[in-house]
Design a protein around this ligand. Structure first.
Ligand code: PHE
Length: 453
């Protein structure tokens, strides 16, 4: 039975959906706190370099593998190599999608939970971050609260993916991404007009190089990777719905630009507010859920900004989560002949179930430790610190060394003929980064996250 495969309605739709995948909890929850912990401006500078020399070259490669084969990660490697090793790399991506989505949905649930708590008025009376922290502990410690919002978040993810590439993912991204950008602009205007905002801006722009350690460089590198959704086939899968008439290089550049700009904008919105209230920018993972609610409590009209902020976070998480589920669904649709509806329900349902112990890691199962980590921490560690960097390393090696250079360039030129002709140095530079710079640096991140260097 030959069925035509699904595809994006337009290049713009692809770029928005892929930017939606890239812009997630990584940009708005993680980036500001790791920048805060690692010294602000100097860290951001290093992160930008990593994005440019590793993220961008690997992103083009990953999208190309998908676009050329028009397949999911497993089918794509099988089509290009016939080698079991490479097919298992594709398979690892499907597993990573399974694992990452299971815990991502728990945090995604919290963001919706915070929108609801803002509306209920429970976030508006804090005098300090400790009080906000106590409520945070109470909420995530509550089994019903955690599981309930995990379920709600997952319901939304399934509801979008089941409607398909154009009708679900593309359409929802076209609605959600402009909302996300508008909210960010409102929050930035609020942030920079607060008294004392300039200290927050100085924190972001004036580098303190003494804060930069080898560890900070590796964190920046690892994050460059996570934030662009690289290394597990999400960009490969989205690329597989792309037309051969569209320019992969300029689309990748636009995705990188949007992802980076939104992370920096989130940093501006958050740090101006944090510094204006005289709070600690290095509060760690609780910066968003504990420090910010305290900031909003002291701000006139803070409850509206709190609502907008957590809505922004929920939207960002949702557009990333759908790309994770799509990798798994695409695999079962392409390779195993499932229909989209069945695959989304069955495998979305299984990932949801796998997320339950992650949700319970903050309450009932908090004391059940495997190597000193909760279930949530284990899944997060294996997926983000092992599978993603390893997958990214393999993608760089594959495009740089295994797939023939003539074939790669021919594939990249489809839809980008003029770009390659007008800028002949681009091909040379891209290959240097793919073949040497990216694999060496990614290998370092990987060894570091395993505690080896
Ligand atoms: N890029 C997403 C974020 O920044 C996370 C993600 C990783 C999504 C891998 C899909 C695949 O939050």
């Amino acid at each position: 039975m030959t069925q035509t495969r699904e595809a994006w309605g337009s290049r713009f739709g692809f770029v928005l959906a892929a930017a939606g995948s890239a812009v997630g909890l990584g940009n708005i929850w993680k980036f500001p706190y790791i920048a805060g912990e690692n010294g602000g401006a100097a860290f951001i500078f290093i992160y930008l370099i990593c994005i440019a020399i590793i993220g961008f070259p690997v992103l083009i490669g990953e999208i190309l593998i998908g676009r050329t084969t028009q397949k999911n990660p497993v089918g794509a490697f099988a089509a290009l190599t016939h080698s079991k090793l490479w097919v298992s790399i594709g398979f690892m991506g499907v597993i990573a999608g399974f694992l990452i989505l299971s815990f991502y949905s728990v945090i995604g649930g919290w963001t919706i939970g915070y929108v609801v708590e803002t509306i209920r008025g429970s976030l508006s009376n804090f005098n300090n971050p400790e009080e906000a922290g106590a409520l945070f502990g109470e909420l995530v410690g509550n089994v019903g609260w955690g599981l309930g919002f995990h379920t709600l978040f997952f319901g939304l993810v399934i509801g979008i993916v089941i409607r398909g590439v154009q009708g679900g993912i593309e359409r929802s991204s076209k609605i959600m991404m402009p909302i996300l950008l508008s909210i960010l602009v409102i929050l930035i205007i609020r942030g920079v007009t607060l008294e004392g905002a300039s200290k927050g801006l100085a924190f972001l722009w004036v580098p303190d190089w003494s804060k930069i350690t080898g560890q900070a460089v590796l964190i920046a590198l690892g994050h460059a990777f996570f934030t662009l959704s690289l290394g597990m086939g999400a960009m490969l899968t989205y690329g597989s719905y792309m037309s051969k008439q569209d320019n992969v290089v300029s689309s990748a550049a636009l995705i990188v630009f949007l992802d980076t700009a939104i992370a920096i904008m989130a940093g501006v919105a958050i740090f101006t507010a944090v510094f204006a209230s005289g709070l600690d920018p290095a509060a760690g993972p609780g910066l968003i859920f504990q420090t910010l609610p305290a900031v909003f409590s002291t701000m006139p009209g803070g409850v509206y900004f709190s609502f907008l902020f957590f809505l922004l976070l929920a939207i960002a998480a949702l557009t990333s989560a759908i790309s994770l589920l799509e990798v798994v669904v695409a695999y079962f649709v392409d390779e195993k002949g499932w229909d989209r509806k069945g695959a989304t329900l069955v495998f979305g349902g299984s990932i949801f179930l796998l997320g339950i112990p992650s949700a319970l890691s903050f309450n009932l199962m908090a004391d059940m430790k495997i190597f000193d980590k909760t279930f949530f921490d284990v899944v997060d560690f294996v997926a983000s610190n092992v599978l993603l960097p390893f997958g990214g390393l393999m993608i760089a090696i594959f495009v740089g060394w295994i797939w023939s250079r003539t074939a790669v360039i021919a594939a990249a030129k489809e839809g980008a003929e003029t770009l390659f002709e007008s800028y002949p140095w681009f091909e040379t530079l891209w290959f240097i980064f793919l073949k040497y710079v990216a694999p060496i640096l990614i290998a370092l991140v990987l060894l570091n996250s395993l505690g080896i260097v």
